[in-house]
Design a protein around this ligand. Structure first.
Ligand code: AMP
Length: 221
C-alpha cells in the first residue's frame, strides 16, 4: 500500500460516531475521493430525482434503502472515479450483501475502519447535528458550530437538521446498525481488514488516531 496507489478505505460506525466528518478530513489530507452514500441520497431527495423519490421513504424513517438500489448506485459511482486515486467509502457497505457485491467487483477494499462510540454519546451528538442541504457540509451546534448562526460557512445556505436525526428515526437507525451492519464488521474481521478506532473526544483527536493508523499500515508495507 502507498499513498496515491489506489488506497481503498471503508469507514463504518454507528449513527453519530463521526465517520462522515472523519472521512472528509481523510479525503482532504490524502487526496482520496470521498463517497458518502447517505449524502448522495440526501442530494437526490433534495433534487426530487427518481432515485431520490425511491430512497426517501426509507431514509426519513431511518431504515436502510434496499440493497439492489444501493449496490447499483455505489458501483456506478466507483466506476466514475479516477482508478488511480482509490476511494473512501462512508456508510457503505451496511449489509453482508453489499459487502459481497463490492468483493465481487474490482473495488474490494484494502482496509475497513470502524469508528466506535457508545450509543448514549451518539444520541447526544445527533440531537445537535446539522447539515447544509446545498453543499453537504456538516456541523454540530455544540462541538463544531458554524461561524454565523445556522448559516453554512462554505456556501452561505441555511443549515438544517436531518429528518432522520429526529428521535424515532434515530432509534430505527441504531436497530438497523445492530442487526444488519454489525455482521459486516465480522465479515471484514475474518478477512483481516478491520481496524477499530475510538471515536470519543474532539474531531482532531479522533483524526490523529486515524492518521496514525494509516501511517503505521503504510510503514509496514
Ligand atoms: P448516513 O448519512 O450514512 O447516516 O445515511 C443516511 C441514510 O441513508 C441511512 O439511514 C439509510 O437510510 C440511507 N443509506 C445510506 N447508505 C446506505 C447503505 N449503504 N445501505 C442502505 N441504506 C443506506
Amino acid at each position: 500500500m502507498s499513498f496515491g496507489d489506489k488506497l481503498k478505505i471503508i469507514m463504518l460506525g454507528p449513527p453519530g460516531a463521526g465517520k462522515g466528518t472523519q472521512a472528509a478530513l481523510l479525503s482532504e489530507k490524502y487526496g482520496i475521493p470521498h463517497i458518502s452514500t447517505g449524502q448522495i441520497f440526501r442530494e437526490q431527495i433534495e433534487a426530487k430525482t427518481g432515485l431520490g423519490l425511491k430512497a426517501k421513504k426509507y431514509v426519513v424513517k431511518g431504515e436502510l434503502v434496499p440493497d439492489e438500489i444501493v449496490i447499483e448506485m455505489t458501483i456506478k459511482k466507483l466506476e466514475s472515479l479516477d482508478p488511480n486515486k482509490g476511494y473512501i467509502l462512508d456508510g457503505y457497505p451496511r449489509t453482508i450483501n453489499q459487502a459481497k457485491a463490492l468483493d465481487n467487483s474490482k473495488f474490494s477494499p484494502d482496509i475497513v475502519i470502524e469508528v466506535y462510540v457508545d450509543e448514549d454519546e451518539c444520541v447526544k451528538r445527533l440531537s445537535s447535528r446539522r447539515y447544509c442541504p446545498k453543499c453537504g457540509a456538516t456541523y454540530n451546534l455544540i462541538f463544531n458550530p458554524p461561524k454565523n448562526d445556522e448559516i453554512c460557512d462554505i456556501c452561505g445556505s441555511k443549515i438544517k437538521q436531518r429528518e432522520d436525526d429526529k428521535e424515532e428515526a434515530v432509534r430505527a437507525r441504531f436497530k438497523e446498525y445492530h442487526i444488519k451492519t454489525k455482521p459486516v464488521l465480522d465479515y471484514y474481521k475474518a478477512q483481516g481488514k478491520l481496524y477499530r478506532i475510538d471515536g470519543k473526544g474532539s474531531i482532531s483527536e479522533v483524526s490523529k488516531r486515524i492518521n496514525s493508523l494509516i501511517e503505521s499500515l503504510l510503514k509496514k508495507d
